[in-house]
Design a protein around this ligand. Structure first.
Ligand code: DC
Length: 222
């Protein structure tokens, strides 16, 4: 079973997808972390963002392992290293490159075929798993998304102003939703959920209800 959660930065996808996966005992897959890992490698290797061929090679060669709470790139734990604003920005740039997306999508499909998953990203319901059992498009208003992201990055010790973060998020959302290959978009059959006025528990309960309503084979995913 695949539960696909797509939406813009700061909508609350990671928090909710993690909780849902725990609750359902599914595997949680953060696809943004995979693009971030490729961006981190590219930054370390000084590969230019315009070098599409080299970027694709890195994406194909990258050994990315996801385990609860951790991500490894070529054997190294990069869980914290991929959360800097520089890597956020880079991830959105490498994600424009079709060859990079092909490599990531192949890895993501493999993961989704091996286990029941809650997978979050930008193109899960539209491209990676167009036949996902449950598709959610999670959104929140821009000010709220900036507020949430600011809390997260400050908790990680990053010193960034609200104005700077807002500008970076706006640019990233623009790039993510206007690229020609698999832009951020709501799948026609996805449920749109605005998390702005909702608590985390309310979002979780709403999605769980949708998951339960789609489970027809008697399994208890509660
Ligand atoms: O979810 P995130 O902020 O960690 O994602 C980082 C970037 O990766 C985001 O700006 C766009 C890209 N991304 C993507 O293009 N497709 C996905 N399925 C997930 C992320």
């Amino acid at each position: 079973m695949v539960v696909a959660i797509d939406g813009p930065a700061g909508a609350g996808k990671s928090t909710i997808a993690k909780k849902l996966a725990e609750r359902l005992r599914f595997t949680y897959i953060d696809t943004g972390a995979m693009y971030r890992a490729v961006a981190l490698w590219a930054l370390r290797q000084n590969v230019s963002w315009d070098d599409m061929h080299r970027m694709e090679q890195l994406a194909i060669a990258a050994q990315i392992e996801l385990s609860p709470g951790h991500i490894r790139l070529n054997g190294e734990d990069v869980t914290e290293a991929i959360r800097t604003p520089e890597v956020s920005n880079g991830a959105s740039k490498v994600a424009v490159i079709p060859g990079v997306r092909r490599a990531m999508v192949a890895k993501q499909r493999e993961m989704g075929e091996r286990a029941n998953v809650v997978m979050e990203g930008r193109d899960i319901g539209t491209v990676v798993f167009p036949d996902a059992d449950v598709k959610i498009f999670l959104d929140a208003n821009p000010q709220e998304r900036v507020r949430r992201r600011l809390r997260d990055v400050r908790a990680q010790g990053e010193n960034i102003s609200e104005g700077q973060l807002a500008a970076e998020m706006k640019e990233r959302d623009r790039r993510d939703s206007t690229r020609s290959d698999a832009p951020l978009a709501q799948a026609p059959d996805a449920v749109y959920l605005d998390s702005t006025p909702l608590s985390l528990d309310e979002v979780e309960e709403t999605i769980l209800k949708i998951v339960r309503s789609r489970v027809t084979n008697g399994k208890d995913f509660s």
